[in-house]
Design a protein around this ligand. Structure first.
Ligand SMILES: [Fe+2]
Ligand SMILES: [Fe+2]
Length: 264
């Protein structure tokens, strides 16, 4: 299935919430466990600009479709961050740009050299790097979609549900782009397949690892994905990955849950 990048660029817009009655949270607030997870998701969404920075120094930038996608994608994720920050604000939790900046500064030298390291490694790899990037993006977007869907099930507050559905609709388009690209770039390309398998097997961690502390990652993964229903979503992601060219038998997302003690 083709992905119409021109249409995506034309139709892309920031998620809106003005017409949703979110003020009900003032009288009927979300529980602390949910707010903790929302805070994590908000940080991840705002962090997209840093992922974008790390990708703009790679061969991916030179591909016009990928470049166009990343431009719109970054903007959409930014507005997811704004929407979640608004919900948090209604609960007295303020996410300011200073907080975000402080968090980025705290990431230290690893974060500062990340673009340099990324640039050197990805340009040595060359064009096949783009295939790895697209697969990686697909896994992260599948994870984000699953996370929002699970949150909607676990937290049936009607005001939250309306917003989550809008976000999930955009995440679904992100999934469509990355998977379309990954499938095409991995097909008949054993070298890219080997690289992609290696990258996922050795380096993939749940989105948000490295930005938030391990205790927050463990909280969020347990909150959203423990138990039978949670594990069903995780297994579905692994099945999606395994269906891409050369990826059969991979089980990276379930492994990451097992490593954090998320009970199946
Ligand atoms: Fe998002
Ligand atoms: Fe996304």
């Amino acid at each position: 299935m083709a992905f119409d990048i021109d249409r995506f660029a034309r139709d892309s817009e920031g998620v809106t919430w003005d017409d949703l009655d979110l003020d009900v949270f003032r009288d009927d607030p979300l529980p602390p466990r949910t707010l903790r997870t929302l805070r994590y998701m908000c940080d991840v969404e705002y962090h997209t600009v840093c992922y974008l920075r790390d990708m703009l120094v790679t061969p991916s930038r030179a591909d016009p479709e990928v470049g166009t996608f990343m431009t719109m994608w970054n903007r959409e994720e930014f507005w997811h961050g704004e929407a979640l920050a608004h919900v948090l604000e209604l609960h007295g939790i303020t996410v300011t740009y200073d907080d975000l900046k402080a968090r980025r500064v705290k990431l230290g030298w690893r974060d500062r050299i990340a673009p340099v390291r990324q640039s050197v490694l990805s340009n040595i790899v060359g064009k096949d790097f783009v295939a790895v990037h697209m697969l990686w993006g697909a896994v992260n977007e599948w994870s984000a979609s699953a996370a929002y869907k699970r949150l909607g099930v676990l937290e049936p507050h009607p005001a939250l549900g309306g917003l989550l559905r809008r976000i999930v609709a955009q995440e679904a388009r992100h999934v469509a782009f990355y998977t379309t690209q990954a499938r095409a770039r991995l097909a008949d390309n054993p070298k890219a397949q080997r690289l992609a398998r290696l990258a996922l097997r050795t380096a993939w961690q749940p989105v948000g690892s490295g930005i938030s502390s391990e205790s927050e990652v463990t909280h969020v993964m347990n909150h959203l994905f423990s138990g039978r229903e949670g594990r069903k979503e995780i297994d579905a992601i692994d099945r999606h990955i395994a269906r891409l060219p050369g990826m059969s038998g991979l089980r990276v997302v379930a492994d990451a849950m097992d490593a954090r003690g998320v009970a199946a």
